[in-house]
Design a protein around this ligand. Structure first.
Ligand SMILES: N[C@@H](CCC(=O)N[C@@H](CS)C(=O)NCC(=O)O)C(=O)O
Length: 205
């Protein structure tokens, strides 16, 4: 299987971490987003949305990181994606929340506080940061309360849900995410950071 990837991307990280954690043999193909390689005709044939990651397994081509995670984890029986309908639905619940709500809360802080200064795109917009901070707290309270009673998001063990939700915390420090009042999120994310799959997919500075 080939994974077309861009290592600094949290969406790439979700899929790549699952492959590493499960010991899957993956042929990594770099798509350099900074060079615009996601817009080449060759890549657009793989993914007409022009985004990474993309998985290719023979003739089968799959884009969208969550679908890729599930496909990778379906290659063998494992605890990340157990073949139990209720557990899979629970994992999907958190993966859906991550895409629809958590990512939307984290991404503006990442962009304003980290990406803009990094790429010299100007100062953070104070109004955007304030709105994003409010949105962040709305979602972080839910996550923190859930984790107060559990080591992991689902089934009391590491699952795809953890990798999905954790991906948005990849740049929590440089993005100045206001995590001080969320001890359970910090404890949970600290566990993720101990995993070889999370360490190996951490962005290189
Ligand atoms: N919903 C997609 C989002 C993918 C995405 O936005 N990827 C970014 C990198 S994090 C990308 O390739 N951006 C390139 C561009 O927008 O030109 C997924 O989960 O795979």
């Amino acid at each position: 299987m080939k994974l077309y990837y861009f290592p600094p991307s949290p969406n790439t990280r979700k899929a790549h971490a699952v492959a590493i954690h499960l010991g899957l043999s993956i042929d990594l193909r770099l798509v350099d987003l900074q060079q615009g390689e996601q817009r080449t005709p060759e890549f657009m044939r793989l993914n007409p949305t022009g985004r990474t990651p993309v998985l290719q397994d023979g003739e089968f081509i799959l884009w969208e990181s969550t679908a890729i995670m599930q496909y990778l984890a379906s290659q063998m029986p494992n605890a990340l994606w157990p073949d139990v309908p209720q557990i899979r639905a629970d994992i999907m619940r958190w993966q859906s929340w991550q895409l629809a709500h958590w990512h939307q809360a984290c991404q503006p802080l990442q962009y304003e506080n980290f990406v803009k200064p990094l790429l010299q795109l100007g100062e953070p917009d104070a109004q955007v940061v304030q709105q994003a901070t409010e949105r962040f707290h709305t979602e972080a309270i839910v996550l923190d309360q859930h984790l107060a009673e559990r080591a992991f998001l689902v089934n009391n063990t590491l699952t795809l849900a953890d990798f999905s939700v954790a991906s948005d915390l990849t740049y929590a420090v440089p993005g100045r995410f206001p995590l001080d009042n969320y001890p359970h999120i910090r404890r949970w994310y600290g566990q993720l950071e101990q995993l070889p799959a999370w360490q190996e997919t951490a962005p290189r500075s």
